[in-house]
Write a protein that binds this ligand. Structure first.
Ligand code: ADP
Length: 809
């Protein structure tokens, strides 16, 4: 018999003592009765566990005579039940004891005499007596039971009598039996209760039969008696942690199977760990399934990776010919073309730019999916970013005759830390959509501070339109990235369907969220909530000079270009020739190295992916060799737009990079900046801020484009100029009238309307100034500043009108 049964006996006798001392209390009120009841319930449960251990060791036939008690009633001397802790466990219709219930009522009539005489004898002689009765344990149900009137523990002065009851029949409905049946038949699983010496108090479960072990192979023995040394090592930690009060779980291999093990401490009412419980479940089948799943997941990941690599390569392959298409179209535009040819060129231009946009978007989406996009943390001015957006989209809205407004919360901080490029990308996507899906009415953007702490600010950006709206049933799918076979998303998306998917992923990277509310035919509101760190550092501005292609500033410069693509080489030849440079073209890295050994260059343009030696290796060699060109500026020409890769190029010694496909002017500007070419008149550095806030003035009337468009058609040429001058003069008159009447609204509206016609003649300075007037009059309502600005712009317009009239033929 397990040692612990000693403890059990002790606890039973202390139970009697405690009941006795409780009953001796003079006044037993409702509150301490409840306390006693709870206390007894707990201890009787303990007793039941001990009983299981002692007499009904699970699965084995009970032979020992049952002497242990199943429970206790406390009654008064008239046999009315006062407490019956846990009796409902044995009675199937006894959720709550009736208010007044006599113990005799629970005794079957045929055994009532037995009950009465034992009780009377106990009371009159103050001695312990027993009665064998049939106790009612449900409707039409009774069980053989021994009642013991414990007069030694009772207190008749206090009108309390303790009556223990023990059922004689174990095989009938007995909760503990049910527990034992369940415990014994657990399929695929074993369960053990063990004491602090790692000794099994209780064992159950069917799994061990597989290894010819029974419950009695465990009971009374320790972990170290049952298992081999090797297996002990596997199991020990679980047992040990459980009796030290910790829960553990894990997997153990036993013989040929795998078992999930979970072990937990068993605590007493004071919270002390008194034992441990461990379950061991055969999970071999699950493991096999899991291994299969892992394998197929790995295969899917491999396939996905292969797909991504394929896509990255393909995008590279697509960009390379695109570089030629865009570049040659650019060159073609410079030649003499008739009107129809111009139109065709412009179509090719549009289509190739659109194709480039799509390739970029797809690659970007894949990069997002591969977690290759990072949110940078730089200090930037959020107001400036919003103003830039307003400038761009106000113009686009005007072209569609839509109203556009931008409201900015006064509480917006000056500088924040984050990724301005990605934030702009999100907002641009929403603004582009709003304009795309709206034919009438307005597009409005607002920025609000929703929460501000010492370190952080939560910003809410809202883009609202009065466009076609989105059907309610489509709303839940609107941010899903287009997936093949997803009919639902396929149907919603008219375009490529990438923009909102990208937005959602980017917003998530910012740890923000994006929502939409929309009504079919009424319009939509997209709302983006983004937390940003506050910053007091003024952002560093990149000052890049801008150069004019016509100025031949690179004349005579010695340039080496290496590119393995025949068409791109041809394009470069045309471009470099056009700039009047002294250039050498080579086909791969080896050739480039040879050329660099022979003579000194002012600049090197290197493709990255080339046969024999790639661009990166060339740069490494040139920088390490300390030769003729050790510090010659080298620019990477790459179709690879991954930031991580570009950083790696800069690290090995490239000075800068240009992403293919590039525009001639872009490359020209980059080279001029790197070579720090002096720029005569246009030398004044133009910062981004300057472009936004102070539009370049000093426009001149340029008929270059009009000449091309007119393609020799004089009448058309002149009528276009007439049209322009008429509009400009009307505007001047309206400005005059507006100033006189202080009708700022008219001034703002007319300025807005005139912008496209100035833009047509590339009068960007005046167009910018008109847009400023519009802002002052309509958005900011800063009327004080208006007269001066309007007068200044009017003067410039008058000058332009003169030039335009003179340009007529
Ligand atoms: P795309 O515009 O290229 O189709 P997006 O992912 O940007 O891809 O948008 C997905 C779809 O959501 C669009 O095709 C359109 O049906 C709907 N949608 C997005 N923005 C708006 C809007 N402002 N108004 C109405 N529908 C919109």
């Amino acid at each position: 018999m397990p040692e612990n049964s000693n403890n059990f006996r002790l606890s039973l006798s202390s139970l009697s003592k405690t009941i006795n001392s409780l009953l001796n209390k003079k006044e037993l009120n409702e509150e301490n009765l409840i306390q006693i009841e709870q206390w007894l319930s707990f201890h009787l449960n303990k007793i039941r566990i001990r009983k299981l251990e002692d007499v009904s060791i699970v699965g084995e036939k009970e032979t020992e005579e049952r002497t242990k008690k199943d429970g206790v009633f406390i009654i008064n001397t008239a046999a009315d039940i006062i407490l019956d802790p846990g009796f409902q466990n044995y009675h199937n219709d006894y959720t709550e004891r009736p208010e007044k219930l006599n113990l005799a009522d629970l005794v079957e009539e045929s055994t009532l005499n037995e009950f009465n005489s034992a009780f009377l004898e106990a009371l009159s002689e103050k001695k312990n007596t027993k009665a064998e009765v049939l106790l009612k344990t449900g409707i039409n149900r009774q069980r053989e039971c021994v009642l013991e009137f414990d007069m030694l523990a009772s207190n008749t002065d206090n009108n309390r009598v303790i009556v223990y009851y023990s059922f004689k029949d174990l095989q009938h409905v007995h909760l503990a039996d049910f527990q034992s049946i369940v415990l014994n038949n657990l399929p695929g699983m074993d369960v053990f209760l063990f004491d602090q010496e790692y000794r099994y108090i209780l064992a159950g479960g069917k799994e061990k039969e597989k290894y010819n072990l029974t419950n009695s192979s465990f009971i009374g023995k320790t972990l170290f008696d049952v298992y081999t040394k090797q297996d002990q090592r596997r199991y020990f930690q679980f047992y040990n942690k459980a009796i030290n009060g910790e829960f553990t779980e894990g997997e153990v291999r036993y013989k040929k199977d795998v078992y999930y093990i979970a072990a937990a401490p068993v605590k007493d009412i004071e919270g002390n760990t008194v034992a441990g419980i461990l379950i061991s479940q055969n999970v071999t089948k699950d493991k096999i399934l899991e291994a299969k799943l892992i394998k197929s997941k790995e295969e899917a990941q491999r396939a996905n990776k292969a797909k991504s690599i394929f896509l990255a390569n393909m995008s590279h392959e697509i960009r390379t010919p695109l570089n030629s298409i865009i570049g040659f179209t650019d060159q073609l535009k410079k030649t003499k073309l008739d009107a129809q040819q111009q139109k065709f060129i412009s179509l090719i231009n549009h289509s190739s730019e659109h194709l480039l946009y799509l390739v970029n978007e797809i690659v970007f989406l894949f990069k997002l999916g591969m977690d290759k996009v990072y949110i940078e943390k730089t200090s930037f001015s959020i107001k400036e970013l919003l103003n830039e957006l307003a400038d761009v989209y106000k113009k686009q809205a005007a072209e569609k005759n839509l109203e556009f407004s931008m409201t900015i919360d006064k509480a917006l901080p000056d500088f924040v830390k984050g990724d301005p490029f990605r934030l702009r990308q999100i907002l641009m996507n929403l603004l582009v959509n709003a304009l795309k899906y709206t034919e009438q009415g307005r597009v409005a953007m607002s920025t609000k501070v929703s929460r501000k702490t010492k370190k952080m600010v939560d910003l809410v950006f809202e883009v609202t339109d009065t466009g076609i709206g989105i059907e309610e049933k489509d709303l839940p799918y609107i941010f899903d990235v287009f997936e093949q076979g997803n009919k639902r998303t396929e149907k919603i998306r008219g375009g490529a369907g990438l923009g909102l998917g990208i937005c959602k992923k980017l917003v998530t990277l910012f740890k923000g969220d994006i929502t939409v509310s929309s009504k079919k035919n009424e319009g939509s509101t997209f709302s983006v909530n983004i937390p940003l760190e506050l910053s007091d550092a003024k952002p560093r501005k990149e000052i890049e000079k801008s150069y004019d292609l016509d100025d031949s500033l690179l004349r005579g410069k010695k340039i080496l270009l290496a590119d393995d693509d025949k068409h791109n080489r041809l394009l470069s030849e045309v471009v470099l020739k056009g700039w009047q440079t002294d250039f050498i073209l080579v086909e791969d890295g080896e050739e480039a190295l040879n050329a660099l050994k022979k003579e000194r260059f002012d600049l090197v343009l290197l493709d990255i992916h080339m046969p024999r030696k790639n661009g990166v290796d060339v740069v490494k060699k040139v920088r390490a060799n300390n030769g003729l060109n050790a510090d010659t500026p080298i620019v990477a020409l790459t179709a690879n737009a991954l930031k991580a890769d570009i950083n790696s190029y800069l690290k090995v010694g490239f000075n800068d990079y240009v992403i293919k496909p590039f525009y001639e002017l872009e490359l020209y500007n980059k080279i001029c900046n790197i070579l720090q070419i002096e720029n005569g008149e246009k030398q004044k550095p133009v910062t981004k801020e300057a472009i936004v806030k102070e539009p370049v003035t000093g426009d001149t009337f340029d008929v270059h484009d009009l000449e091309k468009t007119a393609a020799g058609d004089k009448q058309f040429f002149n009528s276009m100029i007439d049209n322009f001058t008429e509009n400009a003069e009307t505007l001047l008159a309206e400005f005059k009238g507006g100033l006189k009447n202080e009708d700022w609204k008219i001034i703002g509206e007319r300025a807005h309307k005139a912008i496209p016609s100035f833009k047509f003649f590339k009068l960007t300075g005046i167009a910018g100034a008109l847009s400023k007037i519009e802002d002052l009059a309509l958005r900011d309502q800063q009327f004080d500043a208006l007269p001066e600005t309007v007068n200044k712009v009017s003067g410039q317009i008058e000058e332009i009108v003169k030039q335009a009239k003179a340009a007529k033929i």
